[in-house]
Design a protein around this ligand. Structure first.
Ligand code: ADP
Ligand code: MG
Length: 248
């Protein structure tokens, strides 16, 4: 897997989207992003002038207590939601003002998601689960690509197993393969070890670390202190702000 193709810093300019030249190694830039839910007395400031850069090829862990704004950050990074104010540059594109259709496009083309609950379809084999994101794109060679992604997570010998025939760690690895199969610029993982015991957590973190060492950009949002040692950088949130940066 090539680092350069996954980390392309810029899309072509399209429509009224603004394009900036960011460093070739810069994948994400959040510039003073604020997210407010509700209004008036009920307004909640979930992100408060939050700024963050993520380099292409980095593995970043985001930690913080419940209510600190991690899910809000995840939604914005994953193009599931847009900021109330501030800017989000993704690969050189301003994605902070896109409409739902445009956001879905960025999300489907450029971001792979890994969730705490795996979200695998129980009746489908591992490779059928992994090919799903390719089906929506009308991609050919789906089986070959799915098998390759499963191979990358060390499950080349489990491709026909269904989720119930796999351990928790293996199920999460299938989910990682599904995130990987589209060759996204970013893998965004929300508590990927949250449902796993210690051994399975290690198994999953080892895979994520290996993928990062092959050049994948990965952001892990987590409570799990075991994640920090595999990350190049850990940031800690509180009340919608960055309170702490830890270099590995
Ligand atoms: P975390 O994931 O770190 O627990 P969240 O991003 O879920 O934090 O929440 C940050 C703050 O925003 C919390 O005070 C939470 O109650 C509030 N919040 C989150 N989502 C909503 C929403 N849809 N409507 C109103 N308030 C919300
Ligand atoms: Mg949350």
């Amino acid at each position: 897997m090539a680092l350069a193709e996954g980390a392309a810093p810029s899309l072509e300019p399209a429509g009224d989207r603004r394009v900036i030249q960011v460093g070739a190694d810069q994948l994400i830039r959040l510039e003073s992003v604020t997210k407010v839910y509700g209004s008036g007395d009920a307004a909640v400031v979930a992100l408060d002038h939050f700024s963050l850069d993520v380099a292409a090829g980095e593995l970043l862990a985001v930690m913080g207590p419940s209510g600190s704004g991690k899910s809000t950050l995840m939604n914005i990074l994953g193009c599931l939601d847009t900021p109330t104010s501030g800017r989000y540059w993704f690969g050189g594109d301003d994605v902070s003002r896109l409409n739902e259709t445009q956001l879905a496009h960025v999300r489907n083309r450029r971001i792979g998601f890994v969730f705490q609950q795996f979200h695998l379809l129980p009746r489908l084999s591992a490779w059928r689960n992994v090919e799903l994101p390719l089906l929506y794109r009308g991609e050919r060679d789906r089986r070959a690509l799915a098998l390759r992604a499963l191979d990358q997570v060390g499950l080349g010998n489990r491709v026909n197993h269904r989720p119930t025939q796999l351990s928790g760690g293996q199920q999460q690895r299938v989910a990682i393969a599904r995130a990987l199969v589209t060759n996204p610029d970013l893998i965004l993982a929300d508590e990927p070890t949250g449902n796993l015991d210690t051994a399975a957590s290690r198994e999953v973190l080892t895979i994520l670390r290996d993928l990062n060492q092959q050049g994948r950009t990965i952001v892990i949002i987590t409570h799990d202190p075991e994640v920090a040692p595999v990350a190049q950088r850990t940031v800690v949130m509180r009340d919608g702000r960055l309170v702490h940066r830890v270099a590995a």
